[in-house]
Design a binder for this molecule. Structure first.
Ligand code: F0G
Length: 454
């Protein structure tokens, strides 16, 4: 077993408070048992997400000071554009305010009523944008990817035979684009392999389909390619990045994850595709040379992208996650294996097998975990799904409590604290009840819905 080692030192800190359990119970009650509605001042370890909360480096902060403020044509933007061209080898860039803004632009441009978007697996905002534009998604992750415990190195891989069958049946007219997601978020931050992406490219070439790559979680995925895929062992991270990019037509990303800042972007190989999307940027985001990001964020992003090419930087998330997963396994707590990126994923399906799935096992676990520990995680299960048009529930394949590990934020002793409290909760799991909605929003209900114990 490997002990994770911080390859950086701490130079700025933020004080944390650990409220007494009675206060945590009240805070959770006030938040309608939804961890999104907690106040951060009531949280000890915020493991809700790794989005926009990764620690920035001294180099990133320094770069923010030289940002060139200008609505149009700032030197700051030119530096970002040059870095993206260098890393991905795509000439055309559209900046956005975050990842879902890219999804809005892609969906508005390519998704028409009745079209299909095949993908390895959906992400919440991706699916919402595609559905909003009248499209449907087709999830074709290999069925082994949905097995909660396994030792498969690339559980995010798509079933290319199923993809080819769909392409043959529906053809290029009905398929808006094929989407591959790095570090597949909703199935536990599980990576895709370079070999699988190459197979997808072959199918896309054969049937004339556009390949869109969601690179939000690329950093973890690059690390896993280097660690787990023979063909990548002798390549640098920069070379692997380029091999990935060379297979895609369009790459988009949330810079809240990739680059550890805020913002996002779409990189496009072909001028024609670029021109079809370009007009939406000034409409929804901001002018073409800032796209809703501040110039300071853009400077820090350029540096953050370069730092992503450093193996000692991108190994931090996966190594700390692997440690947490192995400590929980030792104590018998059900977790997703193998350890992936993004965070540690607790299997609420098994953890709370006394609660019916209709009573939101993962949501109930997220609420109980906060009360027991002050650790805030995120529900990734049925609550994060949208109901069918007829009002029936869409039961998620997996019921997960995601405990994200924002990069370079938590120390090993904090992880040990979380493990200890989760172990205690597992020993006492029968006292956890299911949840029922008190207030249920129609779109993305998990963000601000309120629930109470059954
Ligand atoms: N794609 C993936 C794979 C994501 O994980 C996210 C965000 C997005 C797109 C949307 O990007 O938030 O910048 O608009 N994931 C966050 C999370 C919200 O907590 O996992 P965004």
């Amino acid at each position: 077993e490997t002990i994770p080692l911080e390859m950086h030192k701490v130079r700025i800190v933020q004080k944390l408070t650990l409220l007494p359990i009675e206060d945590r119970l009240k805070a959770m009650d006030d938040a309608g048992n939804n961890t999104f509605l907690l106040q951060n001042c009531d949280v000890f370890m915020d493991m809700l997400t790794d989005s926009g909360v990764n620690a920035m480096s001294d180099q990133q902060l320094a770069a923010m000071m030289i940002a060139d403020d200008s609505y149009a044509g700032s030197a700051t933007y030119t530096r970002l554009e040059a870095k993206l061209r260098e890393l991905f080898g795509m000439h055309y860039i559209l900046p956005t305010h975050q990842g879902r803004a890219c999804e809005n632009i892609l969906a508005q441009t390519f998704v028409k009523p009745g079209t299909i978007v095949p993908m390895n697996y959906h992400f919440t905002t991706t699916k919402a944008h595609i559905t909003l534009n009248g499209g449907v998604i087709e999830e074709l992750v290999k069925k082994e990817g949905l097995e909660v415990t396994s030792d498969l190195p690339f559980k995010g891989d798509i079933d290319t035979e199923a993809l080819e069958a769909l392409a043959r049946k529906e053809g290029a007219d009905k398929i808006a684009f094929v989407r591959m997601e790095a570090g597949t978020n909703l199935i536990g931050g599980q990576p895709i392999s370079l070999a699988n992406l190459a197979d997808v490219r072959r199918v896309c070439d054969k049937y004339g389909l556009i390949l869109v790559f969601d690179a939000s979680l690329l950093a973890d995925n690059l690390y896993f390619m280097k660690e787990r895929e023979d063909s990548c062992k002798d390549l640098s991270i920069r070379e692997i990045t380029r091999r990935v990019a060379d297979l895609c037509d369009i790459i988009y990303f949330s810079a809240r994850k990739l680059g550890c800042v805020r913002g996002g972007g779409i990189c496009i190989r072909d001028e024609g595709l670029y021109k079809r999307m370009r007009g939406l940027v000034p409409l929804y985001e901001g002018f073409l040379t800032y796209g809703g990001m501040s110039v300071r964020e853009i400077e820090a992003l350029t540096v953050g992208l370069e730092e992503t090419m450093d193996e000692d930087m991108i190994n931090q998330g996966p190594q700390f996650i692997a440690y947490m997963v192995s400590e929980l396994l030792k104590r018998g707590v059900p977790v997703i294996t193998p350890a992936g990126g993004l965070g540690c994923h607790i299997d609420a399906m098994r953890f709370l097998d006394h609660i019916p799935q209709a009573e939101y096992r993962a949501g109930a676990l997220a609420s109980a975990c906060y009360i027991a520990s002050g650790v805030r995680g995120m529900e990734r299960g049925t609550l994060s799904e949208q109901r069918n048009p007829d009002g029936t529930e869409v039961f998620s394949n997996m019921e997960l409590l995601r405990l994200a590990l924002p990069r370079r934020v938590f120390t090993r002793s904090q992880i040990d604290y979380a493990v200890d409290r989760i172990d205690w909760l597992y020993q006492n799991r029968k006292m956890i009840d299911g949840l029922v909605f008190v207030e249920e929003p129609e779109i993305l209900r998990f963000f601000y819905g309120r629930l109470k114990p059954v």
